[in-house]
Design a protein around this ligand. Sequence first.
Ligand code: 13P
Length: 344
Amino acid sequence: MDLQKLETTAKAMVAPEKGILAMDESSPTCAKRFQAVGVADTIENRAAYRTLLIGTPGLGQYISGAILYDETIRQTSTEGGLSFPDLMRRQDIIIGIKVDAGAKDMAGHPGEKITEGLDRLRERLAEYVELGARFSKWRAVITIGQGLPSRACIEANAHALARYAMLCQEAGLVPIVEPEVLIDGDHTIERCYEVTLETQRCVFEQLYRQGVAFSGMVLKPSMVISGKSCPQRAPVEAVAEQTIRCVRNTVPVAVPGMAFLSGGQSEEEATAHLNAMNVMAEAMHLPWRLTFSYARALQHSALARWKGDAANVEAARSILLHRARLNSLASAGRYQQAMEQEAA
Ligand code: 13P
């Protein structure tokens, strides 16, 4: 394992004032997002939309890396005939790739999911390295509900995450390890804390057992947050406090940073939460970079503005760049301050 190379890439992924753009929606998820704004789900539209995202002038100032889907890493963008990997190199954005095969119903565990994709993963990773990838992503999902999650679901997913991570490091790719505790449900923030703590503990235990180098990975955690339909949702400060309390109790100091997912939060919420965490992290001298790896919270308004119309590309790009800039500020704890200055 070339640890030095992994560490260099991992550090660049969480570089100061930068975060990651997740644009690795699987084809069914992309179809859902397109449908919501009336865009036909065609291969051409997917290429056009992803070119809109990654080709945004100046994006590399705020975005360190972007996560692609298998189709995209092999595709030609609609800009200058460049392949997506070449367009990303031009933008100085590191190439990442989603390598899991999706979360499937877990046998014997109704309501729970296990992420698939380990078969032939070594061969697939070698191919992605050839295509230019330097990091990868695997997402596990944990559901909070009546009697859920089960310990079996947490353990099976943690084991798979560690197997994936070890294969990636062997192949020279930095693994993004993503155990997402879903926001769906009416659970309290306290319940989310318990589940996230147990999940992250179990994940790091497996990463350790299987020999994953903590300094050559990036954690992509969900925030500790009230369920979407919880009657009393905890305020921004509480989300920041509980999320930090949780990672301080689970994440080894050697991990260079965390890039949070947005998980269905609004764009503004996701930015405010990241900012509040960084304000606290600075006061506490925490050892990690805390940044973003958002999909919906970066793309939502830009996609809605685009609507599949080439005439809207420029406007959509300026919306994306704006969100990327605000999240970049939040990753340095300077979002609130910048908003106040702009309002003055
Ligand atoms: P969201 O930010 O929309 O949760 O997506 C992040 C991601 O990559 C999920 O795997």
